[in-house]
Structure formats: C-alpha cells, structure tokens
Design a protein around this ligand. Structure first.
Ligand SMILES: [Zn+2]
Length: 603
C-alpha cells in the first residue's frame, strides 16, 4: 500500500494559487548526447508480435502469471506483450530491491535571456544513496539545501509554499513501484520505434479511472526480445490540487544479462513562449550508479584473504631506509584513501579515462624534467561538481569537470595545478595510513575526508602550474583554457552548486570570484558569445559515459555537432539525456555482469 509519507517523498509539491501551466517547453534539441550504451550493435530478430492496435484493458487480471518467465515462448499478441512487460518490470524490482545505488541530481533553475534563450539563474545539487527495497528511501550525503527550499522560483517565493524532496527526481525509476498491472492501467499500443540499436514497441500507459493517486501517465518503450521497459516518459496523475508532479524522461541501459537498469532521468518544467509569464522553470539531470558496490566490497574481502605466495617476492633485498619507509607509509595512506573513495561509489575503478588523464600529466612531467620518487596516478571522481584534488600522488578529477572542459590544453591546465601540489610536496599527511581511519559509513565520506589546501599552498601551486604549462606542449594553446576560466567566472553566480567542491578546493570562492589560476584568466582573448567558433566550456554530460552497474567510466564517441547559434553553446548547462541504446555484448561484459547472473536468467 502506498502511504502518505511515501507520496510526499515522491514528488515536488508546489502549493500555489494561480499557476496552471505544466508544459514542457525549452527542448534542447542540440544537446550533446550522453552516449552511454554499450558499443555492441544489436542483432534484432524478426518481429514476433503483430501490432494489435489499442485493446480494451482487462481489469480482472493483475500481474501476469507467475509461471511466465523470460525463457517462455514469444508473445504472439500485444496483450501477451503487455503481460510480459509487466512481468519483467516486477522482475526488475525484485532484482534491485537489495541494491542501494547512488543517485545524484543536478538542477538548474532557468530564466529567459534575450540572446541566449533560457539560461541558468541558480542551481542545486543533491547526492545520496537510494534504497530500492520495499519503501523507496534515500540517505543524503549532503545536508538538505535550505536556501532551495525557500526559493525555488527566484524572487517570487512569497507566492509559493513548497516542499522539495530530491527523491522526486529519482523516483521515476519504475513506472509504478506498487501496482504496475492491468488492474490499474490501460496500455495502448502506439508503434514500433528504434532507440539507438534497439527496436522497441511503444505503448501509451494511462491510469484507470479509480486507480488512485500518483499513478504513472505517459509512454513506455519496451525492447522487442525480452520485453523489458527501456524508457519511460511522462508524469504522474491525477494532478493534486494546487500542485503538480514533475515531467520526467527516464532511461535504462542493458548493463547485465536480461535486465535494463535505470541510469538516467531528465526532468524539465517551464515555458518561455511568447505571452507566458516568467514562471517556474528548471531542468535537471539525475544519474544513478553504484548498483554493484556492495558486491565489489565483498569480492575485495575475498581476494585480500587469498594467500598466493608464502614469501614476499618483491625484488628488493635490502631493508627500507628511513626515507624509503616514509615514502612507503605515504603510499599506504594514498592507497587507503583512493580505495575507500572507490568503495563509497565516489571514485570510478581504474580505467581508460585515467590513462588519458595520465598522458596529459606525463606531457607536463617530461617537458618539465620532473623526477618524482613515487609515480603520479590519475583517477576519476564520478560526481558532477567541478573539482580536482590530489591524494598523495594520485590526482582526482571529477566527471563533471572532464565533461565541460573544451580541449586537451584545458585539461592540462586543470591537471597542472594538482601536479604542482605534488611537485611542491603539499602532501596529504599520513594519518590515513592507519586503517581505522577508513572505517566510517559511506554517507559520511564527505565529513571524514577533505583534501583542501590553505590559501598559501593554493597560490604557490598556481604559480608553479603556470611555470609547468609554459614549459609544456600546451604553452601555445592557453587561449582556450583562459576562455574557460573567463566563462566559469562569468557564470559563477548562477552555478554556485556546480562550483562547490566537496573534497578539494573550489574554483571560486563564495562570492563567485575565481580562486584558481586567475593569472591565466586575465590573459588571452575576450569572451564573445556571438563568436560561434569560440567554445569556452561544454554542456554537462557530453564527454564521459558511466556504467551504472560497474561504475566504470569511458569517453563518449559522439561526433561533433555544428554550432549554429550562441544558444547552442550552453556552457555548463544541463541538457536532456539521449543515450544510444544497445544490447549488452554478453561476451565482452561477462566479467562485469557476473554478479547479476545468479539473479538473472539470461536470454
Ligand atoms: Zn589546489
């Protein structure tokens, strides 16, 4: 049964007197696609079901027969397809009910700009753990953003009494957690349609007359082999008096055999069309990842227990000198912290993006003749806020920052500052070499870790970074990094949540002033939004794709799209998700997907 508590956590309740619009305007058709699907093209079999058109619903039938399974005979009618879809949806809920993935929502409130269209006016960020058990709940990594509660609508808050639950954005991972069945819904076949490489059957889903509150209303895309829902687009109904539900576009990816896992949700409200008053408008991206975190932790325990060799086979035959011991100790602290961040779901496992970052770091190291006693390493933090920090010799860069950097020189600029800290010996102390300091709940990671430097160290690192850049292959390419810093400074007042670092130093202070490499921002060309070839910063989500199951990250392979107006640039902006869907390449993903195999009969 649904309860009121659940209802309240499930949507954004805005109580207002005279607001009637809930259209979705501002479609950003030129968005850089978040290309997240696996690369294997699908082999689509011949259709097994004939379109039957709309069908009268059968109110008597609940969830389809329990005897049915993914291995059963292909459906031959649309009724059977719907039954299979309902069955698969319940199977997904069952699979995920023990999971506690991370969910991140980044939201930008919008205002109309005569030249640039809808632009962010302020932003909000939420990160938490989602419990997909019986009652959907989440635990926040960050404390509730109080100012957002008071002022969603920028200046007109007096008119609006409103309650915000970040859960609202991540709620639409299932069409209906409790009652997704024919008793509550009517399914109307629309057409066939490809999403990426995957052929889908499209259905309009409407709640029945007395189905109750908070029912899904919209469209579902069902892949045509096992009949899993791969995309949900719509809202919830009926609309409460003086309130409304978000509109959401929710995408799933085939990351484990037989299942499509919720990964991306885009939400948008607002209407800037002629005659529409400047009402509430926002766009938001939610990302879900870390489905397999607990499993990973267990595997780690097992591997650490296995003893392969009875003696230490490291080549060194000498005892550690005091200096070597000191370095070993620091390495231990560094390894502990990076491992703990990965266990928390904040840092991605080692992968190909790390190598790209490391190549750029090595370009700086080699051309500056830097000789370090321990190797520099690079890792990706999975979250959106723009931040970098270093843990000993490991440089960590956030996914959000990699997304918005326009070119390699800008990446070098970002990395040079952290490399400077390492070269200058601004070390993480060694307190994290003691393992008890890793024993805290994942949710309190942000309060137990912090890798910020004091203003003196920051200034020294900036000066050293400029020196490193000037000796590097990037010396003649610093115009774009300079433009990036200018754009960031100009946008800073409206994207303060995106610019708030949670483990490292932020790019700007709380007044929106640039605190990183400001010397570089005063050189180079002026920022000019009308110059279409001047790309200072990219929209969110364009570069890095994330596997929601394994947390692995890789670079997207999307082709560049021509910019045709200043409105296309959308620096630092949220855009809709449009992942290219494809079926899991079972050969290539065996290693990643083993943990689901016990729960998921494949194909
Ligand atoms: Zn720094």
């Amino acid at each position: 049964m649904r309860t009121w508590k659940w209802m309240l956590t499930a949507f954004l309740l805005i109580t207002l007197s005279a607001m009637a619009q809930q259209s979705t305007g501002q479609s950003s058709s030129n968005a850089a696609p978040a290309n997240v699907a696996a690369s294997q093209p699908a082999t689509t079999p011949a259709p097994t079901a004939q379109p039957a058109g709309s069908r009268p619903a059968n109110p008597a039938s609940g969830p389809a027969s329990a005897a049915a399974s993914a291995a059963m005979a292909p459906p031959t009618t649309m009724d059977q397809v719907v039954d299979r879809t309902i069955l698969r949806e319940h199977g997904l809920m069952e699979l995920l009910k023990t999971r506690t993935p991370l969910v991140e929502t980044y939201l930008q409130n919008l205002k109309a700009d005569p030249k640039l269209g809808a632009v962010p006016s302020e932003d909000h960020y939420f990160l938490g753990r989602l419990d997909l058990g019986e009652s959907i709940d989440r635990r926040d990594y960050l404390s509730r953003d109080e100012s957002f509660q008071k002022n969603l609508l920028g200046g007109v808050s007096k008119l609006f009494k409103f309650e915000y639950k970040p859960m609202g954005f991540s709620w639409m991972i299932f069409a209906d957690r409790d009652d997704f069945d024919r008793g509550h819904y009517t399914f109307k076949y629309v057409r066939r349609e490809f999403l990426g490489d995957v052929r889908c059957l499209v259905f309009d889903v409407t709640p029945k007359k007395d189905a109750g509150k908070g029912r899904f209303l919209g469209r579902i895309w069902v892949e045509d082999q096992e009949y899993n829902i791969v995309r949900l687009n719509g809202t919830y109904a009926p609309r409460p008096r003086n309130a409304f539900y978000f509109h959401m576009d929710s995408w799933r990816l085939n990351l484990i055999p037989g299942y499509w896992v919720p990964a991306y949700i885009y939400s948008e409200e607002g209407d800037f069309s002629y005659g529409a008053k400047d009402k509430m408008a926002f766009k938001a991206q939610s990302r879900i990842w870390g489905y397999d975190l607990k499993k990973n932790a267990k595997e780690d325990e097992l591997t650490s227990l296995r003893v392969d060799s009875v003696k230490d086979e490291t080549p060194s035959t000498t005892d550690a000198s005091p200096l070597e011991a000191q370095r070993e100790w620091q390495q231990q602290a560094e390894d502990n912290v990076v491992e703990r961040l990965q266990e928390s779901g904040l840092v991605a496992p080692e992968g190909e993006v790390d190598k790209v970052l490391l190549t750029v770091v090595n370009n700086l190291i080699v051309t500056n003749n830097i000789d370090l006693p321990r190797p520099v390493r690079t890792r990706v933090m999975i979250t959106s806020p723009l931040e970098t920090f270093s843990v000993g010799n490991t440089i960590v860069v956030s996914r959000g920052l990699i997304d918005v950097l326009p070119d390699e020189a800008s990446l070098a600029m970002v990395l040079s500052h952290e490399l400077a800290h390492i070269v200058l010996g601004h070390n993480l102390g060694s307190k994290f070499a003691f393992n008890d300091r890793m024993l805290f709940s994942d949710e309190s990671t942000y309060s137990n870790f912090g890798f910020r430097h004091n203003p003196d160290e920051e200034a020294a690192a900036d000066a050293k970074a400029m020196e490193l850049l000037k000796n590097s292959p990037y010396a003649q390419k610093l115009d774009v990094p300079s433009l990036f810093l200018k754009e960031l400074t100009e946008r800073a007042p409206t994207i303060s949540a995106l610019l708030t670092a949670h483990l490292g130093n932020s790019f700007t202070n709380d007044k929106g002033q640039l605190m990183r490499l400001s010397a570089l921002s005063t050189t180079g060309p002026a920022l000019d939004p009308n110059k279409l070839d001047q790309i200072a910063a990219l929209p969110m989500g364009g570069r890095v794709k994330l596997n929601a199951w394994t947390d692995r990250v890789e670079l997207t392979k999307s082709a560049p799209v021509a910019i045709t107006s200043a409105r296309d640039k959308m620096p630092f902006e949220v855009t809709p998700f449009f992942p290219r869907l494809s079926r899991l390449n079972s050969d290539a993903n065996v290693g990643n997907a083993t943990s689901a195999s016990n729960a998921a009969p494949s194909n």
